[in-house]
Write a protein that binds this ligand. Structure first.
Ligand code: HAM
Length: 477
């Protein structure tokens, strides 16, 4: 029998993983909205020249990693190796620049493809969630982006992370630096890899992120870009750093950071986090300013800054910290028909509950009540509705709270309010936890407002608890 395996470097997202990825995407989308980003979707494949022009002919991505093929009309097509080029192509092609209201802020997510050597956290099909802020050249825009991603990473619960940041300067600074690098590497070239020899001609900056020669003495001791930044670039970078300091962003200056895509200018950064296992998954996100790209792709001269998270790396890390353990789609109700005659009514009840918004599943196989309860346990359904011959006859249902094991028999007309109330009480268990999300237990009388309601009288809700005794959480303190 033929065996079909996954292509190397790809993975299936089974429901458990998909739900985690969707949760992270949902959170990122909410924060993106908060910062004024709107969603854009561009094709997964583009004409190859777009990537040659933007990502750059000297980059490893273009040279070695693109999935490029001829379509049936002999056009060269490439599966997108990243999102920025497509977004800027769409921005230019749709004349999104014809607005007086800059910046235009766009976010996107989806798969990108790179023919890389797979390892932990490195795939050939990966998912990125990216942000592009187009139309302003301001240190505030760079700082805002970094602030946003810092708050995303913190909101997700990751504490041990930092932003590695550098400036690769404007065009003038980079040209001066490239000249210096050529001069410097010239006597070392014969000892360097073949790719570096090509990089030397095309763009010597790329030698600095060579994976083969990364420990080569000459690479380690190469001149740093910082010494070649002109006054304008130096000031710009300094202004960004002042803002990062002001807002307490955990950053580290990294003078060897140059990024592997050709479109960058001035600010570049990567987000790195420590995994509890010590496993190095690489940066969880990266980006920078790219002031020349819109024009390069045929649009007006407009500056831009952006970044992309690698969703797989983010989820790997969050999983290691057990920060996604609770992310799982859970049932509200499991309907248990007992005996063939009850199937019709049980199915009707299931359909009715679903149409009223309750996540409901049913046993289709006429299994024993014991097997059905095992399923209820495995699915962690908080409520079981049991319908047997007697219930069909009487127009009733048995509703069981699977946590407390309490069971009541009720007329079918009472099913909705009964399930609704049960689910609500489960959401607000008797553990005295405040409903305002402060995480405090009211046994100790302390509310989210920091007041002890046993002694002081006014809560964050404005109520005096001595008089009406009720907090906004609904609890009586
Ligand atoms: P990038 O650094 O090539 O930048 O990729 C961004 C993120 O995607 C990386 O930090 C990493 O988390 C993830 N990533 C990249 N390659 C892989 C891989 N093979 N396997 C798993 N994850 C990976 C860009 O793509 C730019 N377009 C970012 C940007 C947007 N710059 C400005 N705007």
């Amino acid at each position: 029998m033929a065996q079909y395996n996954l292509p190397r470097g790809t993975q299936d997202f089974l429901p458990e993983k998909s739900e985690k990825v969707s949760y992270v995407e949902y959170l990122l989308k909410s924060v993106a909205g908060l910062y004024g980003y709107r969603e854009i979707r561009t094709p997964i494949f583009e004409h190859t020249p777009l990537f040659l022009r933007s990502v750059g002919e000297s980059s490893d991505i273009v040279n070695k990693e693109m999935y490029t093929f001829l379509d049936k009309s002999d056009r060269s097509i490439t599966l997108r190796p990243e999102g920025t080029a497509g977004v800027i192509r769409a921005f230019v092609e749709n004349k999104m620049y014809a607005t007086p209201d800059f910046p235009v802020k766009l976010f996107y997510y989806g798969p990108v493809f790179r023919y890389e050597r797979p390892k932990a956290g490195r795939y050939r099909q990966l998912n990125q969630f990216g942000f592009e802020c187009i139309g302003v050249n301001s240190p505030y825009a760079d700082a805002e982006l970094i602030l946003m991603i810092t708050s995303i990473v913190s909101m997700l619960g990751i504490k041990d992370f930092k932003i590695k940041i550098n400036s690769i300067g404007d065009k003038e600074s980079r040209e001066a630096y490239k000249d210096a690098l050529r001069e410097y590497f010239k006597p070392h070239l014969s000892t360097m890899c073949e790719d570096c020899k090509r990089r030397y001609e095309q763009n010597p900056l790329r030698i600095l992120d060579c994976k083969v020669d990364s420990n080569h003495e000459a690479v380690l001791n190469a001149p740093k870009i910082n010494d070649y930044l002109n006054e304008k670039s130096l000031k710009y970078f300094n202004d960004v750093i002042v803002l990062l300091n002001k807002y307490g962003i955990p950053y580290e200056l990294d003078s060897s950071l140059v990024r592997g895509l050709d479109y960058y200018s001035d600010t570049v950064f990567e987000i790195v986090a420590t995994a509890p296992s010590g496993q190095d998954y690489g940066a969880i996100g990266a980006g920078g300013r790219y002031d020349g790209l819109v024009e390069e792709i045929g649009g007006p001269s407009l500056p831009a800054v952006g970044m992309a998270f690698g969703l797989e790396r983010l989820v790997l890390l969050l999983d290691e910290y057990h920060l996604l353990d609770d992310v799982k789609s859970k049932l509200d109700v499991y309907v248990m028909p007992v005996g063939k005659e009850s199937m019709d009514l049980a199915f009707e009840v299931t359909t009715f509950l679903r149409s009223n918004g309750f996540k409901t599943e049913i046993d289709y196989q006429n299994r024993s009540i014991k097997s059905q309860f095992k399923t209820v346990e495995r699915m962690e359904a908080p409520i079981a509705v049991i319908i047997g011959e007697e219930e069909v006859k009487n127009g009733t249902a048995n509703v069981k709270n699977t946590l407390t094991k309490e069971q009541v028999t009720i007329p079918l007309s009472q099913l909705l309010p009964c399930i609704d109330t049960l689910l609500r009480t489960m959401e607000e268990p008797d553990n005295h936890e405040c409903g305002c999300g402060c995480g405090h237990h009211h046994d100790d009388h302390e509310c989210c407002c920091g007041h002890d309601h046993g002694e002081e009288h006014e809560c964050c809700c404005g109520h005096d608890h001595d008089d009406d005794h009720e907090c906004k959480c609904g609890h009586n303190h």
